[in-house]
Design a protein around this ligand. Sequence first.
Ligand SMILES: [Zn+2]
Ligand SMILES: [Zn+2]
Length: 57
Amino acid sequence: MTCPDCSAELAHCHGTLLTWLAECTDPACADPDPLNHNLIITTPEDLAPATHLPHAA
Ligand SMILES: [Zn+2]
Ligand SMILES: [Zn+2]
């Protein structure tokens, strides 16, 4: 997967950051920093449609 940040060689992640858990949906993500994420979810309610998350329970 590539995006403009990839082309710019910026430190970033393609996963979705779950801010209330300070975790990311990408298992390889080592830095759950909002600045590194284009996709950020701030409340568990926003996860409702998703079913593939590792810590949804
Ligand atoms: Zn990228
Ligand atoms: Zn991440």
